[in-house]
Design a protein around this ligand. Structure first.
Ligand code: NAG
Ligand code: NAG
Ligand code: NAG
Ligand code: NAG
Ligand code: NAG
Length: 638
């Protein structure tokens, strides 16, 4: 309180500001720290917020932070009045039951909800007695994915008020050596740029971000409520040309494979573009712009096809042709004139794309289909399972299908499943002013195939994550984790076999790359294995049916519980002092039709009944089983 008054006087705006300072007089975040440690691309971040209730009455104090969607929360606890209260990760149904009981007793539940493109909001609260303090501590973990030649660690800072002791500490440790490191994001600009210190020494890097209270108020997008924005740490590691990085510890290994000094393989690409009525206006305009940029970037030895569809199919040309100047000019004119109208026959369009590629076999090339759609199938075959089965039959594992779901009216789960069934990935394109860049960005990720039929072989390894990959693109990375049989490092021999532009290649270079870093205390490699395994099991759950589905679900659940990950199958039950409301935190679903639209500032997803004791914070889509960030281990990352 004293501090607030001093500042206000300084600004000479006592009356005006005092009335706009929310909550400033009754509670105070006196310390807010974010500590992120990245080892071999696995980031563990701890957010610690210390809050004091300065009032003469007890007060409900809220803790609300945003974390990357791709991360799993692994720990949450509160320290109140000399005691820690540790949250417990439980099977979702069990936690849900506890929550239902709590609600029927007039208590409440909290949640994690999806916010914008990349973040989820975690929110809980606790009642703090007069003149007492509370410490909130949240831990989350994620494997950073290499995309277009770099890793990005996103840290969102929005403490809700300027904080005297505010710190972000990032420590990166990569044994391959750090090639470059940059700090980006809204919080790295203007007044805040001075608050960043960056140190980089071969295998280690440190980023410190210590803005003063004044800086927290005067930066871009900041105000009297303090900062609200991102700090994005961008880096890449050094690579040798061979087998890549293998780290082993306590019986587990993780292998990062991303060779870059290979020749690109010419590609055959068919673009299947939705021109149904719902695409009209800005979406269609952005699609035209993106297509023209993409066409400009095709290499002369690429071959391509372009079809648009509504309830009918429109060919630019019936067969694939070479990306020479003349053809590209003609295709650009076609792209320029795509008009939106009619319904959506996804089945016929994708099958036609597959037909064109099947009719165009070419030695030493790579084929891909890219589908862009903004809606559900409404014309021709509309049974989703039948479409999936037709597409699978015609593609027959010969090339990947990438599905781009434009906007929020798409059935993303349908696209996701269809992509996974055909060795591809689905990506959401957000309806926004940069949608054309999102489209082009996705294309860039698959623009340069370097290897096909990649088989990762680990003699002496067991319980491996995915080991076969149909294609490897420049700028991405293949990650495989597993256990070493009997922890026998001597007999453990990793090897990669693949097909490059002109020949079959084998990567093996064991003694130089396998590094034993382990102590039993360093469970980090094991957690990477668990993280990847859970992500891939969740994908399989989407893909499978019947007993297989049940088995992978069971396995994913067991691992989530063992490693205390809040996944779509588990929930965090927040433990609080006796007599307080119960909070149950679920991981939200990305992709369903109920998914919240991207919102730049916090959105309140739900009904709130402030008067009673019940405060049910429920997002319609947040209790679902599935989760958007799939295909962890494909080369295309999101
Ligand atoms: C951040 O976390 C790491 C790992 O737990 C710890 O070693 C380090 O001391 C922490 N740094 C700060 C500034 O708290
Ligand atoms: C792959 O990317 C690297 C930079 O990340 C670049 O130096 C290299 O030339 C690219 N390879 C091809 C074949 O484009
Ligand atoms: C690892 O694999 C072995 C069999 O190879 C199996 O018995 C064991 O349960 C697996 N461990 C885990 C954690 O999945
Ligand atoms: C992976 O590929 C190899 C060789 O291409 C094949 O023998 C093996 O069955 C494949 N494994 C899986 C799990 O698909
Ligand atoms: C493996 O180690 C042996 C002996 O230590 C060495 O001669 C050989 O060059 C190493 N192989 C590679 C690929 O580094």
């Amino acid at each position: 309180m004293e501090r607030a008054v001093v500042q206000v006087t300084l600004f000479g705006l006592l009356l005006v500001l005092a009335s706009t300072l929310p909550n400033k007089d009754d509670w105070n975040i006196y310390s807010f720290h974010i500590n992120s440690t990245v080892t071999s691309r696995y980031a563990t971040t701890v957010i610690t917020s210390r809050v004091a209730n300065r009032m003469d009455d007890s007060k409900e104090i809220e803790f609300q932070v945003r974390i990357p969607k791709n991360a799993f929360i692994s720990k949450f606890r509160m320290f109140i009045d000399g005691q820690w209260y540790d949250g417990v990760v439980k099977r979702k149904e069990k936690a849900q039951q506890q929550y239902t009981e709590a609600v029927s007793r007039g208590q409440s539940a909290g949640l994690v909800s999806s916010v914008g493109r990349t973040l989820e909001e975690f929110k809980t609260s606790v009642t703090v007695a007069a003149h007492k303090k509370v410490t909130f501590e949240l831990t989350y973990e994620e494997l950073l994915k290499r995309k277009l030649g770099k890793y990005e660690l996103q840290i969102h800072a929005r403490p809700m008020q300027p904080v005297k002791d505010f710190k972000v500490d990032v420590y990166i440790n990569e044994k391959a050596g750090i090639n470059f490191i940059e700090v980006k994001g809204g919080l790295s600009t203007k007044a805040l740029a001075n608050a960043i210190t960056r140190t980089h020494a071969d295998k280690q890097a440190w980023v410190y971000f210590y803005p003063t209270e004044d800086q927290q108020k005067t930066c871009d997008g900041c105000g009297e409520q303090g900062m609200n924005g991102d700090l994005v740490i961008v880096y890449d590691v050094n690579r040798d040309t061979s087998l890549g990085d293998i780290k082993t510890s306590a019986g587990y290994f993780v292998h990062h494979f991303a060779p870059s000094s290979l020749s690109r393989i010419p590609k055959n690409v068919v673009f299947v573009i939705d021109q149904s009525g719902s695409m009209s206006g800005r979406k269609m305009q952005q699609t035209r712009i993106a297509l023209i940029h993409i066409l400009n970037d095709l290499a002369e030895d690429d071959h391509f096809g372009l079809i648009t569809f509504d309830s009918s199919i429109f060919h630019w040309k019936r067969e694939l042709v070479q990306a020479n100047k003349k053809n590209l000019e003609s295709a650009k004119t076609f792209a320029q004139n795509i008009q939106a109208r009619g319904a959506t026959d996804i089945n016929a369009a994708v099958l036609e794309g597959a037909r064109m590629l099947n009719a165009h076999p070419r030695e030493g090339s790579v084929s891909i289909v890219i589908l862009l759609t903004d809606g559900d199938p409404t014309s021709g075959e509309t049974n989703l399972e039948q479409i999936q089965s037709n597409v699978r039959r015609d593609i027959a594992d010969k090339f990947p299908l990438y599905c781009l779901g434009f906007g929020h009216d798409v059935n993303f789960e349908f696209l996701e499943k269809m992509s996974l069934q055909n060795n591809g990935v689905a990506r959401r394109i957000y309806e926004d002013s940069d949608a054309d860049l999102q489209l082009k960005g996705f294309y860039d990720e698959v623009a340069t195939p370097l290897l096909t039929d990649v088989t990762m072989i680990y003699n002496g390894g067991t319980n491996l994550t995915q080991t076969n990959f149909s294609q490897y693109y420049n700028g991405s990375e293949i990650v495989v984790a597993g256990q070493i049989t009997d922890n026998d490092i001597e007999t453990f021999t990793p090897q990669v076999v693949a097909i490059s532009r002109d020949r079959r290649v084998t990567f093996s270079n064991t003694n130089a790359t396998v590094e034993y870093t382990g102590t039993d205390f360093d469970s980090h490699v094991q957690r990477v294995w668990a993280y990847l395994t859970v992500k891939q099991l969740l994908e399989k759950e989407l893909l499978f049916s019947g007993p297989e589905k049940k088995n992978v679900k069971k396995e994913a659940l067991e691992l989530s519980l063992k490693y205390s990950f809040v996944t779509p199958l588990t929930s965090m039950v927040v433990t609080k002092p006796l007599g307080e409301k119960t909070d149950v935190l679920h991981k939200p679903k990305e992709g369903g039709p109920t998914q919240a639209r991207p919102s730049p500032v916090g959105h309140r997803p739900s009904a709130r009944t402030r008067n009673g004791k019940t405060r049910l914070l429920a997002h319609p889509g947040s209790f679902s089983r599935k989760q958007h960030k799939r295909y962890q281990n494909k080369f295309i990352n999101y």
